[in-house]
Design a protein around this ligand. Structure first.
Ligand code: SAM
Length: 325
């Protein structure tokens, strides 16, 4: 997705060290390798063991793959040394195989076990979490991560179904098909979920997936690690699919502290206080500042081949070290 745009924006020195933080099935990694020179190097990571398996077929001495999530990126900074990386790509969210293969339990189109973990060896499967969650917590997840207007009614229905299952009065909620049908029936009763081309469970599935994989904390870990990894002038490109992620990336690339610096007529104490309040981009916490290079969307040509690209936004930030570093 946004392949050409990402590679063009990220590669400045073809002989540098690059990180693909979301290998998936290697679309970006392969395009990057094709663009790199003989001395270039690419380290890819993914939290999904099936992605790591898929990467084994890339036989290129310039390429290596690691099984880790964004929390592990700090470790890479210690291994490579600070500010050694030329560019980082992160194509957030789930891969097509994760969505399409029923055994991963992400999709509602085809029935599978209700799992939704990108790394099934970590954390709790969706079925386990749903069987223990309270109505209030589930409502919050559905509202905050799925923007679901009927969050309360869906949460009540899921929790009541799980309570009945605990009492042996209903089938346990363990399949994606069961969950999709339950949500669809709640929305049907309330006259909601009628967006053309969208299954009524789309928003709820997205919300539960974001929670199960702790996707927003993972994004924070990426934005925190990148300034330590990138060289002066190195670039981070993040492709996101929903406004929660895009807003966070946009905010990180905005040199908010610099904006405050430019504010007119501000006393010293107030200025210092505002600097803390605006929570400057992670890079300005002692590791430099971000400069936004641009925001890109998929071209019509790509959209006609891949409708999933419609909601993808690529933001590219350039990292600049402070003079004292
Ligand atoms: C949209 S796909 C990437 C597709 C890839 N760019 C390609 O061309 O095939 C996202 C991938 O990133 C992985 N992923 C998502 N969040 C991650 C995280 N926090 N840490 C590591 N991998 C992550 C997922 O497991 C998935 O394989």
């Amino acid at each position: 997705m946004l392949l050409r745009e990402t590679i063009e924006a990220i590669v400045q020195d073809p002989d540098g060290l690059y990180i693909d933080a979301t290998f998936g099935r290697g679309g970006h990694s392969r395009a990057l390798l094709a663009r790199l020179g003989p001395a270039g190097r690419l380290v890819a990571i993914d939290r999904d063991p099936e992605a790591i398996e898929a990467a084994r077929c890339i036989r290129d001495p310039r390429f290596s793959i690691r099984h880790m999530d964004f929390q592990g990126l700090g470790q890479l900074a210690s291994e490579f040394g600070a500010h050694a990386v030329e560019g980082i790509i992160a194509d957030l969210g789930v891969s097509s195989p994760q969505l399409d293969e029923p055994h991963r339990g992400f999709g509602f189109q085809r029935d599978g076990p209700l799992d939704m973990r990108m790394d099934p060896s970590q954390g709790r499967a969706a079925a386990e979490w749903l069987s223990e969650v309270s109505v209030d917590d589930l409502e919050e997840v559905l509202r905050n991560y799925g923007d679901e207007r009927h969050a309360r009614a869906i949460a009540q229905s899921i929790v009541s179904r799980c309570t009945d299952a605990h009492r042996g009065e209903a089938e346990p909620l363990v399949r994606t098909g069961q969950l999709a049908a339950l949500i669809a029936s709640v929305l049907r009763r309330r006259g909601g979920g009628k967006t053309p081309g969208h299954h009524p469970a789309t928003r709820s599935f997205q919300a539960i997936r974001i929670h199960i994989n702790d996707e927003l904390s993972q994004l924070e870990a990426l934005l925190k690690a990148a300034p330590r990894l990138l060289r002066n002038g190195g670039r981070l490109g993040v492709i996101s699919f929903h406004s929660l992620e895009d807003r966070r990336v946009k905010q990180a690339f905005q040199p908010s502290a610099q904006r405050v610096d430019r504010a007119i007529g501000m006393g010293r104490a107030r200025h210092a206080m505002l600097r803390t309040l605006v929570a400057p981009a992670p890079s300005s916490r002692g590791h430099g500042v971000w400069k936004s290079i641009g925001r890109f969307r998929a071209a019509d040509e790509e959209l006609s081949e891949n409708p999933r690209a419609r909601s993808a936004i690529l933001r590219v930030g350039q990292h600049q070290l402070e003079r004292s570093e």
